[in-house]
Design a protein around this ligand. Structure first.
Ligand SMILES: [Zn+2]
Length: 181
């Protein structure tokens, strides 16, 4: 088994009195490696782990090894080789990336639709339009079977504003609808 170790961290301690220097060491929880790195060795470790996994702690008694790869830590108890560890980790990272991409694709495809498809025309808009159009169909002047018509249909992005709504009789409204298609 190979697992990510999110508790893994590299800490340093200062040694020396007149000439201080730093020693770096891998820690995870209350455990830490026997191996300490001088500053130059630490630089090489950081550079190397950017392209291949490096063992940072080897617990032979537990048959468990900790690896550092691309600034993350993993442990493994299968005695994997460096290239096996690399393949397993890259595969895990790839799966994780795909999972995230799929989640984003799924959620962005969900469009929120209002109930019944459209919002009702507000009463104050209806009153304004009725008065402006004089209670007549704006096409034929009829006063029969009047309807509030969206000049630009809601389905095509038209809004419920007075500028987009007019009075039409049922007959003119149906013929308009037919002309649109
Ligand atoms: Zn009409």
């Amino acid at each position: 088994m190979l697992k990510r170790d999110t508790n893994g961290v590299i800490k340093f301690r200062e040694v020396g009195f007149f000439k201080k220097r730093r020693l770096f060491c891998f820690h995870t929880g209350k455990f830490y490696s026997q191996r300490e790195y001088e500053e130059e060795e630490y630089d090489i470790l950081i550079m190397t782990q950017s392209y291949k996994p490096v063992v940072v702690m080897d617990e032979k008694s537990k048959n468990k090894r900790w690896w550092m790869f691309k600034n993350m830590f993993y442990w493994e108890n299968e005695g994997y080789t460096e290239s096996e560890v690399k393949a397993l980790i890259l595969d895990k990272l790839q799966q994780k990336k795909r999972k995230v991409e799929n989640a984003i694709a799924r959620t962005s495809n969900q469009k929120i639709k209002p109930k019944n498809g459209r919002k009702p025309i507000p009463d104050d808009v209806k009153i304004f339009v009725w008065q402006r159009d004089g209670g007549h169909c704006v096409k034929c002047g009829s006063q029969e079977k009047l309807e509030y018509d969206h000049i630009i249909p809601v389905a095509k992005g038209g809004s419920n504003t007075t500028r987009n709504i007019q009075l039409l009789c049922e007959k003119c409204n149906r013929s308009k609808g037919a002309n649109l298609y």
